[in-house]
Design a protein around this ligand. Structure first.
Ligand SMILES: Cc1cc2nc3c(=O)[nH]c(=O)nc-3n(C[C@H](O)[C@H](O)[C@H](O)COP(=O)(O)O)c2cc1C
Ligand code: SF4
Length: 395
């Protein structure tokens, strides 16, 4: 059996596997560094990383000053990137995920570049200005996350007019296409009713993207396409590659790995969830999102209509003072968006608080069921279809 072929980003030959960025703190240095060390792409989620550092958590415990909280989070990001690069020991690629919807995204991008990130991955909004944000760091790969061919066409046309590094504009180093019907976290569809729209199906999106490439004179393979959402087996990896993808991106299966940076309770909540426990709802960021229907989420969804009816713009509603989102349903009184503080809920999940946390999860079953296994077992299974026996590994 021939193993799936590697793909390349900026001259790095990589296993065709990407660990998607997962915030808050779910993919920090340990997960991203371990995945990169194995020869794949590991991604640190940049948002609110201070919670992984006792000294920074202590410094910010009573702080409600947005600028100070952001400064502390940049220190945390710097530490996480350096630790991941060290763990990777020159293998694979260490990327940093920055959500466009986050207020501080330009500062996070610049810090990531300065601290040694090898790629910036940006979604949750069209990253039309990502090349400008990374000016001065031409060695850093740029990877937008999109969900359909239309988004790809808009982005490529805009980037092709930028003369940053020469007369031909800027090309993405890869593009992630995330299927909103299966992925965990925020979803790239305007509302929950759109999630199952056929335009997101890989068999439709990929030929659409290749046509955009052809129309713009971009050779096949010049921009690797990485597909995400519900990839949970060797067969699905092979099927994605057969459709022309260069690699697959996984979130949930890496989140529950031994090296995942979240509390063990977080991993068990995801790994033990049955298909009917995974639900979609409107996030405070104004996008649909997918998570496990834990007590906090079930209770919130019941009260959502009432909370939306009394939505009102009031900066004091950002009780933790972080003002993490440019547009926040709760703080800005946006009635059609969620009405809760997503940062507080995600941090509770990171710390393993089953009752209070918001546990993002993709819709599909996990490769090892409810077992928590090392990253290397997951990568080996994805590449070969063989699940190593954990008992044999211990013996
Ligand atoms: C717990 C969790 C947190 C996530 N957080 C982010 C995030 O901060 N930024 C982002 O671009 N994607 C985020 N995602 C999406 C993943 O990076 C990935 O693309 C997606 O989960 C793939 O689908 P899968 O979970 O079915 O593998 C998150 C997913 C999960 C499960
Ligand atoms: S209230 Fe809104 S802007 Fe403030 S921290 Fe929470 S999610 Fe972010």
């Amino acid at each position: 059996m021939t193993p799936p072929r590697p793909f390349a980003i900026r001259g790095h030959s990589l296993l065709p596997i990407v660990q998607g960025g997962m915030g808050v703190g779910i993919s920090a240095h340990r997960l991203a560094g371990t995945v990169a060390r194995a020869g794949a792409v590991g991604t640190i989620a940049s948002v609110d990383l201070r919670h992984h550092h006792d000294d920074l958590s202590e410094q910010s415990r009573h702080c409600r000053d947005k600028d100070e909280l952001n400064r502390i989070n940049l220190v945390a990001l710097d530490r996480e990137i350096k630790a991941a690069r060290e763990l990777a020991a020159g293998n694979g690629l260490v990327a940093v995920n920055v959500m466009k919807a986050v207020t501080e995204h330009p500062a996070l991008v610049r810090q990531a570049c300065a601290s040694g990130a090898q790629a910036i991955v940006m979604g949750a909004g069209l990253p039309l200005d990502l090349p400008e944000m990374t000016a001065g760091y031409p060695e850093v790969a740029l990877i937008p996350i999109l969900s359909d061919a239309r988004g790809v066409a808009i982005l490529l046309k805009k980037w092709s007019r930028l003369k940053q590094y020469g007369s031909d504009g800027v090309l993405p180093d890869a593009i992630v296409i995330e299927h909103p019907l299966y992925a965990g976290g925020h979803l790239g569809a305007p509302n929950p009713a759109e999630l199952a729209n056929e335009r997101f199906n890989l068999a439709e999106v990929l030929p659409g993207i290749f046509k955009v490439f052809d129309d713009l004179g971009i050779a096949r393979g010049q921009i690797p396409v990485i597909v995400a959402g519900g990839i949970n087996s060797h067969e699905k990896l092979l099927a994605a590659l057969a459709l022309g993808a260069s690699a697959v991106q996984l979130g949930t299966p890496f989140a529950v790995s031994e090296e995942g940076d979240a509390h063990p309770n977080f991993k068990h909540v995801l790994a033990d969830a049955k298909p009917e426990d995974v639900v979609t709802f409107m996030s405070v960021a104004g996008l649909p999102a997918r998570a496990v229907n834990t007590p906090w989420l079930a209770n919130y969804v019941k009260r959502e209509a009432k909370l939306q009816a009394v939505a009102k713009a009031d900066p004091k509603r950002c009780a933790i003072g972080l003002h993490c989102l440019t547009h926040c349903g709760l703080r800005d009184g946006i009635k059609k968006a969620g009405q809760f503080c997503i940062d507080s809920q995600l941090v509770a999940a990171l710390k393993g608080d089953f009752n209070k946390g918001l546990f993002f999860r993709g819709s599909e079953s996990l490769p090892f069921g409810s077992a928590i296994r090392p990253v290397q077992d997951l990568i080996d299974y994805l590449l070969t279809g063989i699940k190593c026996d954990p008992a044999a590994a211990v013996a």
